[in-house]
Design a protein around this ligand. Structure first.
Ligand code: ZN
Length: 283
């Protein structure tokens, strides 16, 4: 079943018992991993503390949906029939909306946790009263919204080969697209050129935007590009990249799972090269 999600910020009245809840304990959340269904309010209420902050996310399949941080004490009893899984595990969920919704919830909880005090004057922040996801300082009027950090991710193409890199933090031997955070004042294209130069020392051209994906670890927005190799020898930024190279589209190393934007970009290049070779054969 596909998920229909209508985002919202404001919910009035009591939370209905049958409302869906994306309930986190630390970086893990409750879900039935066989059916990919969320617990309901009635299932999780006894596992939340009295002062827990409930955030309305909107409607999922016509049901109101909330997110909350569960009571982390050992005495809090979690509902049976649901599994506590790391958010990352949902990247490969069959319905992409599952990961996207859980990621939205994670980012809102992270923002709520890290914006309890005003960054300008230090007073305690309050919820925005209007239909906005914001916090407002009662003393100085400063307001803050969930912060999103844009990143650029790129697959570089050289003929039939893709430039992929293994970062030191990928301990499972995975090779992925190059990625980096945007700096203040940069365009996405400028970030891309700088990051590629810094990480592997090559130059790129013909930069094409493909798609984007929210990446809630903790609050990134990945802007996905494909670019052509323009010159230079691979020279690694040793503190970040363990290994990088050009790999033929039909002889790729271990790459990220389906569901991630890195894999989507890699798959797109592979399809383009396959189509190119098919055309060569048919001519
Ligand atoms: Zn203030």
């Amino acid at each position: 079943m596909s998920t229909e999600f209508i985002p919202g910020h404001h919910f009035t009245g009591h939370i209905p018992y049958e409302a869906s809840v994306i309930a986190f304990r630390g970086n893990e959340l409750l879900i039935d991993v066989k059916t990919f269904t969320w617990p309901q309010y009635i299932h999780v209420i006894s596992a939340t503390s009295i002062d827990a902050e409930w955030h309305y996310l909107g409607e999922v399949n016509s049901q109101p949906c909330f997110t909350v941080q569960l009571d982390s004490s050992l005495s809090a009893v979690l509902p049976e029939d649901y599994d506590l899984v790391p958010l990352r595990q949902l990247v490969i969920a069959p319905d992409a909306h599952i990961f996207q919704l859980a990621g939205r919830a994670a980012q809102i909880l992270e923002w709520s946790k890290t914006h309890r005090y005003c960054g300008q004057c230090g007073s305690g922040m309050q919820r925005h009263e209007l239909n906005e996801r914001a916090r407002v300082c009662p003393s100085c009027g400063h307001s803050c919204y969930p912060r999103i950090n844009p990143c650029v991710i790129v697959v570089i193409v050289k003929g039939d080969e893709l430039l992929l890199a293994r970062a030191h933090r990928f301990t499972n031997g995975m090779f992925s697209a190059l990625a980096g955070f945007m700096e203040a004042g940069e365009s996405a294209e400028e970030t891309l050129v700088r990051e590629v130069r810094e990480e592997v020392g090559v130059e790129v051209t013909n930069i094409r935007y493909v798609t984007s994906q929210p990446w809630p670890f903790p609050s990134n927005l990945m802007l996905g590009f494909i670019a052509d190799y323009a010159g230079g020898e691979i020279k690694l930024q040793d503190d970040e990249i363990a290994e990088a190279g050009f790999y033929r589209f039909d002889q790729l190393p271990f790459v990220p799972p389906t569901g991630s934007i890195a894999r989507l970009l890699i798959d797109q290049v592979v399809r383009e090269r396959q189509a190119f070779h098919q055309q060569l054969i048919s001519e």
